[in-house]
Write a protein that binds this ligand. Structure first.
Ligand SMILES: Nc1ncnc2c1ncn2[C@@H]1O[C@H](COP(=O)(O)OP(=O)(O)OP(=O)(O)O)[C@@H](O)[C@H]1O
Length: 273
């Protein structure tokens, strides 16, 4: 699904029409009480479908993410994971259904981001801060360098950084507008185990700070370790939503109860995938 991925890094800036729309939960309603605010999800997808010609890439996807929650979307190749993330991030329009958040409140870290290898870390952040039209780009870049631990690499060309540090810059770009929700498309796929551990440490700290994090992965073990809940997508359908422990329980198989990858494969097999 490289088409979406290729444009994804810049598409949030190129789709002002999508970004102007008022989020559903803010549209002219009276202010909510503290108790009601607790109940308002950080993001809700309602009956989202997406067609590409005759192909139904997503069928009636409904789920919610709470503030501070980490959700992993897992599923076979072509299941619709990137399509769903692109819709949540406002990069792609759904054919029907809706997403509760304005894309301006949602940070998007595509698998192939549009950062520039020949620019320095700080120059990349400053460029995207201006594209995001943040109020004080200089202050935001300084905050992101501190938050990502990249201050001492600020002047280095991006192309000279390790994969792990490049991924930090990608995430920093997604966080420039201080979003309540962060979307990460296969964030660890090109990282070695040590860099993966650092990435998840960083993401964990964001979630503890209240950011809702939704990521896709083919690494089921990672979903088990780092996600509060997993969504299993296959052929555009949401087949399962629950904790990793509940996915173990969902299969009637001893190996599946020990190993989440085995449970996942068994689960898909039992449902004809
Ligand atoms: N721009 C497009 N035009 C036509 N078909 C598309 C387009 N984007 C996605 N699709 C199709 O939609 C379906 C879902 O694709 P998507 O990339 O979202 O799956 P995925 O779960 O992210 O896959 P992978 O794990 O391989 O990255 C696939 O059948 C794909 O071929």
């Amino acid at each position: 699904m490289s088409g979406v991925r290729r444009v994804a890094g810049t598409a949030r800036q190129l789709l002002p029409d999508l970004r102007r729309g008022a989020p559903a939960h803010r549209s002219g309603l009276a202010p909510v009480s503290a108790a009601q605010a607790q109940a308002v999800p950080a993001l809700a997808a309602r009956d989202v479908t997406r067609r590409f010609g005759d192909r139904e890439a997503l069928r009636g996807i409904t789920f919610q993410a709470a503030a501070g929650e980490t959700i992993a979307i897992i599923g076979p190749n072509g299941a619709g994971k990137t399509t769903l993330l692109s819709i949540l991030g406002g990069v792609l329009r759904p054919t029907s259904g809706d997403v509760s958040r304005d894309p301006r409140d949602v940070g998007w870290v595509p698998q192939q981001p549009a950062v520039y290898a020949k620019l320095s870390v700080a120059e990349n952040l400053a460029l995207f801060a201006r594209l995001e039209r943040v109020a004080d780009p200089g202050a935001v870049v300084a905050r992101m360098l501190d938050q990502t631990g990249l201050r001492d690499r600020a002047g280095d060309e991006l192309g000279t950084l390790s994969g792990g540090n490049r991924q930090r810059v990608n995430i920093a770009v997604g966080l420039l507008a201080d979003p309540d929700v962060l979307l990460l498309d296969e964030p660890s796929s090109s990282l070695d185990p040590r860099q993966r551990a650092r990435l998840w440490e960083f993401v964990g700290a964001l979630a503890r700070g209240g950011t809702a994090v939704i990521f896709t992965t083919h690494n089921v073990g990672e979903a088990e370790r780092y996600a509060d809940r997993v969504l299993v997508l296959a052929d555009g359908e949401l087949l399962f939503e629950g904790t990793p422990a509940a996915l173990h329980e969902a299969v009637d198989d001893a190996e599946g109860r020990r190993d989440l990858e085995a449970a996942f494969v068994r689960f898909l097999h039992e449902r004809g995938h």
